[in-house]
Design a protein around this ligand. Sequence first.
Ligand code: FBP
Length: 562
Amino acid sequence: MATAVANGGAKDPATTRVMSVYSEVQTSRLNHTLPLPSVLRAPYAMTDGPPSSAAGNPDEIAKLFPHLFGQPSAKLVPASDSSAAPSGPLKIGVVLSGGQAPGGHNVIAGIFDYLQQKAKGSTVYGFKGGPAGIMKCKYVELTPEFVYPFRNQGGFDMICSGRDKIETPQQFKEAEETAVKLDLDGLVVIGGDDSNTNACLLAEYCRSKNMKTRVIGCPKTIDGDLKCKEVPASFGFDTACKIFSEMIGNVMVDARSTGKYYHFVRLMGRAASHITLECALQTHPNIAIIGEEVATKKQTLKNVTDYITDIICKRAELGYNYGVILIPEGLIDFIPEVQTLISELNEILAHDVVDEAGVWKQKLQPECQKLFDFLPQAIQEQLLLERDPHGNVQVAKIETEKMLISMVETELEKRKAEGKYAGHFKGQSHFFGYEGRCGMPTNFDASYCYALGYAAGALLHCGRTGLISSVGNLCAPVEEWTVGGTALTSLMDVERRHGKFKPVIKKAMVELDGAPFKKFASMRDEWAIKNRYISPGPIQFMGPGANDVNHTLLLELGAVQA
Ligand code: FBP
């Protein structure tokens, strides 16, 4: 069996997949045949759309991306023969960037298979450990045997991921050196909004230097917040939501069985509440808090606590002293008063030593100081933890569910003393996050990722750069999916940071006038009082439900009515 060639020594055997210990399901998924959109199965041509603009501030984006701004999107269309198709082998690098999302291995398999089939003699390098692998030129050369054990399997362990950013002039130089050393024709960056912003900057850099290396992005994140009209979904969201929904369904049955617990389930999703909303639509919890609604209504922590407590009191009157409450991971960041506190803390953390003496605390505005002192100590400590490389608070580490349990407890005690509540309350906290990020991809994510990878290969083969691989018409059968690439600059806006404009792909948040939220809002009062729990059960790869499209996509694409 041919082995992959890795620089920096042999592949660590401890981190290599051992197929002989695969479960029957894992093994069966290895040979699961992936359907391809029909346009990718036959000779195709690539057509250009009209010139593009930007999501906001086009003049600033034009200045930041002088070589890329305005370029059209590309679309694959059937061609009568393959004479228009590009030929010749390519050298392509691929990198996984940011948090894991089910299906990442299939994107790589899609790129690999495209090149094997349509650009024979090509080479694919997998950069190890995320963008740092590009800068340090740490890579593995992919072979059919190396890729095989990862087909349709969860995780990012084929080449691993990382959260480093290619940011400084020195880091761009290092990336350039790697591209030149490996003679790269192209690079595929599989990542979220920050990583795709980075991919666009890299594409601009390569153009400005007249390098032959082209850069294509791929929309990855379980959070579901990298999407637009041309890119209807980020991969991994479907699988993660189905895994979380199975667990929520189980917890619901547990709650109903004992009748004694309120389960507070915090769900990953960092900035946006898409995961919480999708899981609510799949399982019908008694309460689901949607961060975007909290922010729009400018609710305080007290408002959120009261909303939960009111429902608990009503349920107690009906004889239900149990329930299930979903909370988005980023809730704390949506509450305006907490946002102000976080931005003041960010400033302080950037310049001061935060020690036990607490001198730094005097720099907080009085209102923020009051709020900080009011928060439980564990939450105070979590708010002071180191920021991630993109400057974000690490919301995965803030135990909002525990904070809410303790605040609801206090409020219920008060109401009990006032004779307004006669029930009993016991909170159980859960955080579902890492459990859903590396599951075996659903049929949807497996096929979607494979098509995204295949499309990325085609875009590079046709010499495109600065585009994000885009597969559309996702509620139709796979054969009818559309395939192309969208100008990354068209997704960009600017943010003013440290007196300079910085390009950012705007996160797609839950829209309160969007179909998924409207559907949820029309049903939540009933779910609060009557127990309408749904247990979706584990992900199916065959039989009932195996090809179900998630609610968010069905509602957003108008395939079902809100
Ligand atoms: P990406 O945006 O990089 O896809 O990551 C998503 C995510 O899973 C968030 O939901 C979560 O807040 C974060 O990653 C956790 O980060 P880490 O893996 O560094 O703990």
